[in-house]
Design a binder for this molecule. Structure first.
Ligand code: TRP
Ligand code: ZN
Length: 897
């Protein structure tokens, strides 16, 4: 790797572009062994530029010709290197004070050999593009930065028979046959909206489409088209419905209407991420668009709905208003994730969605914030921007927007959003512009709140309470701190919204009257903004000591420390008026018990099933069996123990075997103790109704399948039979795959054959469905029984495994290393060595995927000395290889010591 490409880019070095590009006119000629791109750009320099060198980004391009104002340049008039094309001293070509000029270049690329899946590449037989963040420079020379916005016109020509469908951004303008080549045709697309190059897209292929229309609130009819391979045309209905719901929701909730006359989605098999919001032409990973009951789990149905919404919402939060530079990535991603999570909550249950999002944040984002790649929501520097499409930018960024919404309240937040879109429409802006619009529209000072954008790390909020019966005062002593993160120490206090309530002994919320606050109107649920390192909240007028319900709805992405007694938690689980905190209380209770059992285990004491857990389960199961109106999705959450991943993250030093053992002990104990209740729950929730992907049906299936997994743990023949029956007779993938998982993880007598038979018959049934085969790989990769690594290694040789396909890599290697903690962290270190081997192979093919896959190895700080040593040894082995991609180099460099 050459030194020049190992440069770090700093936010403080940001300068506006020396030129703008008014219009971008592209001509693509696609062939099997190459593609040619002719680009005609109209450059402007406002007020005459002092910079006279024209430097354009470009990578892996073969430059054939360059013209300035129609004049062909000779090779001594320009310089190319690995990353750029420079035409020095434009004034020599254009005269002293030029204001605009025409640039034209002809380049040649090889899409068929592009395994990185950035720029123009082939996915199976289809041509497609992925330009975010810096992929456009692999298509042609350009000012490939988001603050250069241009009007694009694109003509694509290709062989008619192989590529009947030719797409690009905007509206179709013209089409025809290629003169002198009767087997070829062309189409011209024109996008009337200025956009940065990262939103450019092109697709060419033999595609079928599901077509529909949507009438906007102002009465415009929009054409909606979802393009897929012919074989998948029956799997597009759910995405289409999700799209129409998203379009309506954005009108109703944000007042945002769609702007072009057509909105297209294209599904591709080979894709580095979930999907991409290219203007008018979203490109999707098949896994995020295709859905049918027989092949798709409930989880994936919900993911399709969420991703379709996410990409659609980007049309305003990202495309109409875009990012000035990539340090501002969370401007569009954080805001859009916040928007899609509220959309999903509105389509289902707010509490369940919040529980899912917070669990994910606490498991994955908190881990990132505590690791070597910790960065703020608006980072200060990066080496490779692809490495910064992180849970911090996306999920923590969404939490920051959520806090603004909470501090402003719904009306002012909407006013802020309206002002933001109105003020910055057509511009490339910063997170500061977003905050400023929120401030200006609401009149609320967000000065100190801005620290959330610049400071990395998960803040800790510790609270101690004190009750004085004589004065009837209840005091919360609150402290906040934030741990050091790489390159950042001595953090400033943040403005932290703490939403809370106080419960009386009858379980009811008490009025919250702050000492000296005469405006209080007896609200029982309030948001207090914490701004000092240490502060007190004094409540008055309390007859007896209340039980506090703190950080309701997870009102800030912090670690809360409060010393709840077990009795308090059991009380909150039942009585808290905030559904999220009822769930949280049950989590805290279980975590405390798991901690105790781990100490017992370490001290060689016998483990016993704790009575408070038995009581909690008995309560939840009884209410479920007696009351048909309970929210089954919440019940399923309440009957699930925290995941191993979550328990590892919150441990100081994670004892992987201990965590696994204690968790298994509890699950098995509960399974035996509540066998008959689980059987009742299972039977009660079997339904022969036709499959529906609505929230209620999904909740019912999740509870039923959770019950089945407990039943299987009993090892009883009756349970095995039930799982086999469900496996072979299921009418939908959720039920079939849940049963398969049960059979694959079973320790019952004859388990080896059970597992083999189920896996074989599943594969036979579904080998023609790549996304189902992915699930077959995942199921084996996350199997909790010994021997999973050997199994995974064997599956690398399977005919359906393809290291060039990111979905396959994620399903097999990613799932094993990221989700099978007991397998991956085997104390032999074999899992670590395996990951390093695979990452090195992948780095030659697809650096983005290689560097993402490495994440589990960078979490070494969480583990004991032995594992730390083994993990670091593998990181050093990778580092010693030389010739690493920039993507992988950055991660390895930052995570080795
Ligand atoms: N902007 C995309 C999103 O909606 C993210 C994305 C898609 C992406 N493909 C990518 C980012 C490739 C980097 C590289 O979240
Ligand atoms: Zn996005």
């Amino acid at each position: 790797m050459k030194d020049a490409s190992l440069r770090t880019t700093y936010l403080k070095d940001y300068r506006p572009p020396p030129f703008t590009i008014e219009t971008t006119d592209l001509q693509f000629d696609l062939y099997e062994d190459h593609a040619t791109v002719v680009s005609r750009l109209l450059f402007k320099c406002d007020g005459g530029s002092s910079v006279t060198d024209l430097r354009l980004h470009g990578q892996l391009l073969t430059l054939e010709k360059v013209f300035i104002n129609g004049q062909l340049l000779s090779p001594d008039q320009y310089i190319t290197d690995d990353e750029s094309l420079t035409i020095p001293a434009l004034e020599n070509l254009l005269g002293a004070s030029f204001e605009e000029f025409q640039f034209e270049c002809h380049t040649r690329i090889e899409p068929q050999n592009n395994t990185a899946l950035e720029g123009l590449y082939k996915s199976k037989k289809m041509f497609c593009t992925q330009c975010e963040a810096e992929g456009f420079r692999r298509i042609t020379y350009y000012l490939d930065r988001p603050d250069v916005m241009s009007k694009f016109t694109t003509t694509v020509s290709a062989e008619k028979a192989k590529y009947p469908v030719l797409l690009s951004n905007g509206n179709k303008q013209a089409s025809g046959e290629v003169e002198g080549a009767p087997d070829r045709h062309w189409v011209t697309w024109e996008d009337p909206f200025k956009k940065p190059s990262y939103l450019f897209a092109l697709v060419a292929g033999d595609l079928a489409s599901l077509d529909d229309t949507f009438v906007t609130s102002s009465g415009r009819e929009i054409e909606l088209r979802i393009f897929v391979e012919e074989k998948d045309i029956d799997k597009c209905d759910h995405a289409m419905l999700s799209l129409k719901k998203s379009m309506r929701w954005d009108e109703e909730v944000y007042g945002r209407e769609y702007d072009l006359d057509i909105f297209m989605i294209v599904a591709v098999d080979d894709f580095n991420m979930g999907a991409m919001e290219n203007k008018g032409l979203n490109v999707f990973n098949t896994s995020c668009v295709l859905a049918s009951p027989k092949t798709t789990t409930d989880f994936s149905f919900q993911r399709v709905e969420a991703v379709v919404a996410h990409e659609y919402f980007h049309n305003w939060s990202g495309n109409r208003v875009t990012c000035r530079d990539w340090f501002q990535l969370s401007l569009k991603e954080g805001f859009t994730v916040y928007r899609d999570s509220e959309f999903s909550a509105d389509m289902g249950s707010h509490t369940v969605k919040r529980v899912e999002d917070v669990s994910f944040l606490q498991t994955v984002q908190f881990a990132e914030d505590g690791g070597p790649m910790a960065h703020s929501v608006r980072p200060d520097s990066y080496m490779e921007i692809s490495n910064f499409y992180t849970v911090t930018i996306y999920e923590k960024g969404a939490e920051v927007v959520r806090m603004i919404a909470l501090l402003l309240g719904p009306e002012k937040f909407r006013a802020g959003s309206d002002l933001y879109f109105e003020r910055h429409d057509g511009q490339a802006v910063t997170t500061e512009d977003f905050v400023k619009a929120m401030e200006d529209a609401s009149g609320i000072d967000l000065g100190q709140f801005r620290n959330w954008y610049s400071q990395a790390g998960t803040p800790v909020v510790s609270i101690r309470s004190e009750f004085d019966a004589d004065s009837k005062r209840y005091t919360l002593h609150v402290r906040q701190s934030c741990p050091d993160t790489p390159g950042q120490s001595d953090k400033k206090p943040l403005a932290i919204p703490l939403r809370l309530g106080l419960l009386g002994s009858d379980g009811k919320d008490l009025p919250l009257k702050l000492l000296g606050d005469d405006d209080s109107i007896g609200e029982t649920d309030r948001v207090f903004s914490l701004i000092e390192e240490e502060q007190r909240l004094v409540f008055e007028g309390l007859e007896s000591e209340p039980i506090p319900s703190l950080l309701r709805g997870f009102s800030a992405p912090v670690r809360l420390q409060y010393d709840y007694s077990r009795a308090d938690l059991l009380f909150l689980m039942v009585n808290d008026s905030d559904g999220f905190n009822r769930w949280n209380a049950s989590q805290l209770l279980t975590i405390g018990l798991i901690d105790e059992l781990q100490s017992d285990l370490a001290a060689g004491r016998d483990l016993a099933l704790p009575q408070s857990l038995i009581d909690a389960y008995a309560g939840v199961l009884d209410s479920t069996l007696s009351d048909a109106s309970v929210d089954k999705a919440m019940v399923a959450q309440l009957l699930s123990l925290p995941t191993v991943g979550f328990l590892i993250e919150r441990a100081e030093v994670a004892d992987v075997e201990g965590i696994h053992l204690v968790r298994e002990f509890l699950l098995n104990g509960l399974a035996v103790m509540f066998y008959s209740s689980f059987l009742d729950v299972y039977m009660d929730n079997i339904s022969d109704a036709e499959y529906a992907a609505d929230a209620e049906s999904i909740a019912r299936r999740s509870l039923k399948n959770l019950a089945l997994s407990y039943l299987m743990r009993s090892g009883k023949d009756e349970a095995v039979k039930a799982a086999q029956k469900q496996f072979s007779q299921a009418s939908n993938m959720t039920d079939q795959l849940s049963a398969l998982r049960c059979l694959v993880n079973s320790g019952a007598p004859g388990a080896v054959e059970l597992k083999r038979d189920a896996l074989d018959s599943f594969y036979k049934q579904w080998s023609h469905e790549p996304l189902v085969v992915d699930q077959w790989f995942v199921t084996q990769a996350v199997c909790q029984l010994p021997g999973s690594l050997a199994q995974v290694k064997q599956l690398l040789e399977h005919a359906d495994f393809d290291i060039r396909n990111p979905n396959k890599v994620r399903s097999l290697i990613g799932a094993f290393c990221g989700q099978n903690h007991i397998g991956f962290h085997d104390v032999s270190g074999d899992g670590y060595e395996f990951l390093a081997d695979q990452v090195l192979i992948l780095d030659k093919l697809n650096p983005q995927i290689a560097s993402r896959l490495l994440t589990p190895l960078t979490r070494w700080r969480k583990f004991g000395a032995k594992r730390q040593g083994l993990m670091q040894a593998q990181l050093r082995r990778i580092k010693a290889q030389g010739e690493l991609s920039k993507d992988l180099y950055e991660i390895v460099e930052k995570s080795t010591i």
